[in-house]
Design a protein around this ligand. Structure first.
Ligand SMILES: Nc1ncnc2c1ncn2[C@@H]1O[C@H](COP(=O)(O)OP(=O)(O)OP(=O)(O)O)[C@@H](O)[C@H]1O
Ligand SMILES: [Mg+2]
Length: 491
């Protein structure tokens, strides 16, 4: 029943040893016998035992002494004293000195087995307690190690780390954050966020994250100005027990250098574009003079060459204008003159302007307006917006395609859709098409000339009017761009 429990029987009487061995082995115990104390102690040094049955009266070394030395070397092994009727007092004395129990000779088998069984169980429980204790210590050690590892990582990070609790107090931060925010003195813990970072929009973001209805895994990215620095803050909910939001974690990166580089690049592109435009415009004018025959009649071949050159000049001028527009949009100067604007009129003008091109490609073009009121807008930019979207719709449609534009007033905003029945855009490309210079690479669009700026400009114009633009598309079926523009009520 108690398989594998190791029992050491120490008795000088062979008959007792044999009797114990027989009875205990029969019950599945693993029994070893010694005929004197010294032999038993030597054995204990080499072999692990679970229970010891110990006779008191033995030659060479008395049972009391063996008990004493066993208690000293292996205090966890229960010792059961074997005693005759006459020496019960001594056995009781032994128990005071640490023996687990005693049994009197001659043994009553049942009693004997019960006592040994209890001792074996005590030993098993003792071992189990010891194992749990060791495991506990190991877990605590691992936890401590993990904590110290995390702490080292956070402290060595080049980016600032900021953890807040539910009261928007900072409960954890790292040295990089102190450097980023230029804080010299140690912070109290916790410290209110507003004391170290004066950014209402950021605090608002953290509150939204805490409210738990921020969607998308609750991760927010925003740019902040901290003193003269530009900082990107990426924030996410910190989850506590049972997955409840216990606060927020933010990683802050100093992007001042990137911003400066970006500005330098924009300035450079702007400058180059400006410098290129004036000579190009003058070359175009001179070519026009030639083409109109004002400098003498042209032969057919000459006219052809100059016409082709003019097309290239026009494409270059278009690119330069796009670059300059982009620079203006990025500088926030794209939409400066907002006036009450009739969007339907602009759409109709654009459609009339682009119609010949559509016809060339056998694409039908139609539009409808419904329930529109004038909006505050920059008519030139809105024209540019439709030019880009309608041109795309035609360019990326095969012959025989259809392009339709609908504009509808819907109370506080108007909804404009530009739909085509063209080649469509694969889903994986959709998030990228509004990026500057991004063009979908596919055999179906390769023959279309372009720079990939049209949609970035379109998006810039819409956002400058506090609107939104999004796209839905299905490959080989068609694409729809949807714009929402706010309608400001008349004063
Ligand atoms: N209506 C559309 N149907 C299919 N693909 C489109 C459509 N509109 C845009 N695209 C895809 O998105 C890309 C980006 O469009 P965008 O207008 O920004 O640049 P472009 O047309 O390539 O060049 P340009 O700057 O001259 O307009 C295009 O290259 C094209 O692959
Ligand atoms: Mg385009």
């Amino acid at each position: 029943m108690d398989n594998g429990t190791r029992i050491l029987v120490v008795d000088d009487e062979k008959v007792v040893r044999d009797g114990c061995r027989r009875v205990l082995t029969g019950k599945g115990y693993d029994v070893t016998c010694s005929e004197n104390g010294q032999e038993a102690l030597d054995l204990l040094e080499k072999t692990e035992m679970d229970v010891i049955l110990l006779d008191l009266k033995m030659p060479i070394m008395s049972g009391e002494e063996v008990l004493e030395r066993t208690r000293a070397c292996c205090p966890d092994i229960p010792v059961i004293i074997i005693t005759g009727h006459g020496t019960v007092d001594t056995a009781v004395e032994c128990m005071k000195r640490g023996a687990y129990d005693f049994i009197t000779k001659p043994f009553q088998i049942e009693q004997f087995l019960l006592t040994v069984g209890r001792a074996a169980e005590k030993r098993r429980l003792g071992r189990e307690a010891q194992r749990l204790h060791e495991e506990n210590i190991r877990n605590l050690y691992d936890l401590d190690l993990e904590k110290s590892r995390l702490k080292t990582i956070i402290n060595c990070m080049a980016n600032g780390v900021l953890v807040t609790n539910r009261n928007l107090e900072v409960v954890l931060h790292n040295p990089a954050l102190m450097r980023l925010l230029e804080i010299a003195a140690p912070l109290e813990n916790p410290v209110p966020l507003s004391k170290i970072l004066d950014a209402d929009a950021f605090a608002e973001t953290l509150r939204t994250i805490q409210s738990g209805d921020s969607g998308e895994g609750g991760v927010f990215s925003q740019e902040l100005n901290v003193g003269k620095k530009a900082v990107r803050a990426i924030s996410a909910p910190a989850l506590g027990r049972q997955g409840r939001i216990a606060g927020t974690v933010t990683v802050l990166e100093d992007i001042t250098a990137f911003k400066q580089l970006d500005q330098m690049k924009s300035d450079f592109v702007n400058m180059v574009a400006h410098e290129l435009r004036s000579p190009l415009v003058s070359i175009r004018q001179q070519n026009s003079v030639l083409l109109e025959g004002l400098a003498g009649p042209l032969q057919k071949k000459q006219e052809q060459f100059i016409s082709r050159g003019m097309q290239k000049i026009d494409a270059l001028l278009e690119l330069i204008n796009d670059l300059l527009d982009m620079a203006k949009i990025e500088a926030g100067k794209a939409v400066q003159h907002q006036v009450p604007t009739d969007v339907c009129e602009i759409i109709s003008e654009m459609v009339a302007f682009i119609e010949p091109r559509a016809r060339e490609q056998q694409v039908s073009l139609n539009y409808s307006c419904n329930n529109l009121k004038p909006i505050q807008a920059d008519p030139k930019r809105i024209g540019e917006l439709f030019n880009n979207l309608i041109t795309n719709a035609i360019n990326y449609s095969p012959n025989g395609g259809k392009v339709s534009i609908t504009a509808e007033g819907r109370g506080e905003y108007m909804e404009i859709k530009v739909s085509d029945t063209g080649v469509g855009i694969p889903e994986s490309e959709l998030p990228k098409i509004f990026d500057k210079f991004y063009r979908v690479k596919s055999p179906k669009t390769r023959q279309v000339m372009g720079t990939g700026l049209g949609l970035s400009i379109a998006q810039g114009v819409v956002e400058a009017h506090r609107g939104t633009i999004d796209v839905e598309s299905e490959v080989d079926k068609g694409t729809t761009f949807r714009i929402l523009l706010p309608v400001v009520p008349e004063a």
